[in-house]
Design a protein around this ligand. Structure first.
Ligand code: SF4
Length: 338
């Protein structure tokens, strides 16, 4: 099933909570937030039903996100329910790692295939200043537990911000290499929630490659999945890493991803102003065929290419001001599942 720009419905990110136990400056920099009402949060049965209907329409990759997904009570039970669907070929999780050490083995046993852990810095004092958390050691313990649990792949996501962690690129590559993981550097994005974004804090893919080239010498691109957000690269010594250049070199033309929030709102683009309410038909008793028809009709009309449109702006600043985010928490990246 192809959208209006010939992109398949392939990958679904399901947010299981809008809550988070970190306050990273690029995502949740404010002092307080408006949360989704608890009664609106989808149950595991509702999530599994939606996932199944999406799978019937072509989705083959499901990633659980948040907020911080491990804050959702008993997440391995949901993983087990989703893993039973043989049509889902890739079931993964993105986490900040704080609670991963205790759950990694049980998540793997439940059928989770891959894990991505956010790791923005190797320096605890920087995490304290940047994410308002003293728990850097817990993140490292989570990464170690994920490695020990035997996931198919372990990725580390680093949002690179000028003046904060742009001097740690090589250190992070070496950290990942030592743990048989792969780091992916993400350009700082002007998405909802990033109320303090400015272009001068963005370290572009080109800048990152120049910095790493000075340290490591020749860097070669690695061919891979055309729908994957990260471009992968290989150093002369064999180590690989990825860069997600959403801000300066967007990849909307190949984007097969969409997002369901914890309250069942379906967003076709990270930058979309509005989403489609799937919870209401679900709770009113819509049949699978009716839900599938709604998904199909919506996807066929999709023409979103938010990051490309942002790139074309002459004067680019934060996407939303805080009052606009408070008026509708669906605009927040921690609700949408970045
Ligand atoms: S901006 Fe929207 S269309 Fe472009 S890659 Fe991101 S989610 Fe996909």
């Amino acid at each position: 099933m192809l959208d209006a720009l010939q992109r398949p419905l392939g990958s679904l990110r399901i947010s299981v909570t809008d809550r988070c136990n970190l306050r990273c400056r690029y995502c949740m920099p404010e002092d307080d937030y408006v949360w989704l009402p608890r009664t609106s949060i989808l149950t595991f049965e509702e999530i599994a039903r939606l996932s199944s209907v999406f799978a019937s329409q072509g989705v083959r990759k499901v990633r659980l996100t948040g907020g911080e997904p491990l804050l959702r009570h008993d997440l391995p039970t949901l993983v087990g329910m989703l893993a039973r669907d043989a049509r889902i070929e890739d079931l993964s999780l993105t986490t900040n790692g704080l609670l991963l050490a205790k759950q990694a083995a049980v998540l793997r046993a439940a059928g989770l295939m891959r894990v991505t852990v956010s790791l923005d810095t190797l320096r605890p004092e920087r995490m304290l200043a940047f994410a308002k958390s003293p728990r850097h050691a817990d993140v490292l313990a989570g990464i170690a537990a994920a490695r020990a649990a035997g996931f198919g792949s372990l990725k580390l996501n680093t949002v690179v911000i000028r003046g904060f962690n742009d001097d740690e690129l090589a250190d992070l590559i070496e950290f990942a290499r030592a743990r048989d993981a792969e780091v992916r550097f993400i350009e700082y994005m002007d998405v909802g929630g990033a109320t303090r974004w400015s272009m001068d804090q963005v370290v572009s893919q080109r800048d990152m490659l120049e910095t790493l080239g000075r340290r490591y010498g020749r860097i070669e691109p690695v061919a891979g999945d055309p729908h994957a957000p990260a471009e992968r690269f290989r150093l002369a010594d064999g180590a690989t890493f990825g860069i997600i250049a959403s801000t300066t070199a967007p990849f909307c033309r190949t984007c097969d991803r969409s997002r369901v929030t914890a309250d069942g709102t379906w967003f076709l683009c990270l930058y979309a102003e509005r989403g489609v309410d799937l919870r209401d038909p679900l709770r009113r008793g819509a049949s699978d065929a009716e839900l599938a028809a709604l998904i199909r009709e919506t996807w066929l009309g999709r023409a979103d290419r938010g990051a490309e449109q942002r790139l074309a702006l002459a004067d680019r600043g934060a996407l939303y001001r805080i009052d606009s985010l408070r008026a509708d928490p669906h605009r927040e990246m921690h609700t949408r599942g970045g």
